[in-house]
Design a protein around this ligand. Sequence first.
Ligand code: GLC
Length: 643
Amino acid sequence: MNQASLHRLIASAQTDTDMPSELGKLFHLRLAGNLTLIKDLFFTLYPENENTESFEKLLSEFLVLFEERPENLQLQDVDRLRGGDWYRSEQLAGMQLYVDHFNKDLKGLKNKLGYFEKLGINFLHLMPITPRPKGENDGGYAVNSYHEVDEKYGTRQDLLTLTETMRKKNMFLMMDFVANHTSNEFSWAKKAISGDEKYQGYYYMYPNRSMPDAFEQTLPEIFPMTSPGNFTYEPEMKKWVMTVFNNYQWDLNYTNPEVFIEMLRNLMKLVNLGVDVVRLDALAFMWKKLGTQSQNLPEAHALISLFRLCLQIIAPGVVLLAEAIVAPNEIIKYFGSGRLKGNECEIAYNATLMALLWDAIATKKTALVYKNLYNLPKKPEAATWINYIRCHDDIGLGFEDQFIDEIGWNAQNHRRFLLNYYCQGLDWSPAKGEIFMYNPKTGDGRITGSAASLLGLEKALEQKNKAKIDLAIAKIIMMHGIVLSYGGIPLIYAGDEIGTLNDYSYLEDTHKKEDSRWVNRPQQDWTTVENLDDKTSYQSTIFFALQNLIRIRKQHLAFADTNNLALYDNPNPHVLLYERTLNNEEGVLVVCNFNDEPQLLDKITLGAYGTKAGLEDLITGNSITFEYGKVKVEPYQLFWFQS
Ligand code: GLC
């Protein structure tokens, strides 16, 4: 039983929470329930003999922070606790968006809530809206504040109005907490530059190259082309600052307990604005240790659990998403392991599935998908995924070489093929993507581009080739159908619901042109949206297909994530089959074909579903009959068969 389940039991035993004193009582019970674990974690990171004062300071923060939390959110917290793991529900369907690219600002976004409702979206991830440096700012991931609103998006009041309206509509909000680094304009950084030693101790900084050089021995480079190395010289201070991402993003030094306590305060100020899910940005990097890659370290896990357990005392209705785009068996550890199982992040990006789906599209084969998914450790039941095909970042091919080799492909050649396939290195490929951070030294690179362009729509439209356009549309729908039926929260990237193509305008902006991720950060096309109901465009086909899938998802409990996903092995190399089971009764069998030739599946492949006289496809409502004992799956067709 994880700590959240414990608090659920306690909250459910306490029935009268309308009175503030009752809320306070529950707070104290949560504090008592988590304190031993918190103490152990704190002193693991910060040796007890030197840090008892800091621990006392942390203790004295809890009540202050709890009292600062608005009462309506305190009440919601307790409701959420009692309601169980709301984030695993089949009712959730999400969208990720840039507020300014979507509809100008926060007010503009609020005016478009009806658009989400039309599509069935009730969970929004807003990209950073906090103040940031004027020039380069990594799309807002260089933060000047953790809880203020950049004037470009509106005011704090606009955000509060938005979150209040969303709550009334039962919509959930996810926002970023860029916990690993601040911008070089953040108040602490400015004080550090002006010589304040206290704040210099909030970052990793060194007077000469000896420590930076020692670190560089083992630290990989994240942005080798635009920001090589991991340290930046700050002439005013005459010091080298650790900057793992861009040179204007300063890594916070969590070996200093003051940083943890201050960041907990910042986190609370953010969630008090009405945030339901906190996306812990780049959390794998949060602890640095000489002689290591400083990613996924045990100390980073302890630190994140510490955030989790503290937040749970103050705001137990808020959950954490791990933005850990790392190796598959490392991602799973962000759900917590050992005695911290289920006490770290509740949600993680399913970057493994995402990358594997792109592999299957390029190879037209599902062998690598099966190989990896079969070898993934099972996640804790209280945890879930964000399933997605595209986001604002690149696609990293983060699966293991060993598995590529084991299915008989050469890992190096295979990775090169994928880069060529997606990044215009092969004439015959339908994909039109761009390479991101190509490193000529190693030959490594990542892929970027919009889902529609990567799936062939842009080229097909250029060629005015109707058959290819149809194939691309089928791929777009199938890929979304997978993320909508796989266990977890589906997150659609704004624009993908209408097949938005690459946006090349970033090439004209000096602050963006070196970062090809901007090719997939387009402006929402409201003219197209206004004409969707004509149902004549490809955009309309995609939109209404997704709308239908979302609607069906919400009607079937089998789509709630209770670790109820069963992969079906099958001899056909092009097909992916899995079942979402429900009490071994009302399951849904998902079938998809990654090839541009139709595939015939026999009854044995379909397991219990094959013993039925016919099959009901939830998506079309059609009954499918077996012909000569086989079901035909058209190119990129998706079935959701009802049991
Ligand atoms: C995360 C964000 C990415 C950003 C990086 C540094 O990975 O998704 O866009 O560049 O963190 O903050």
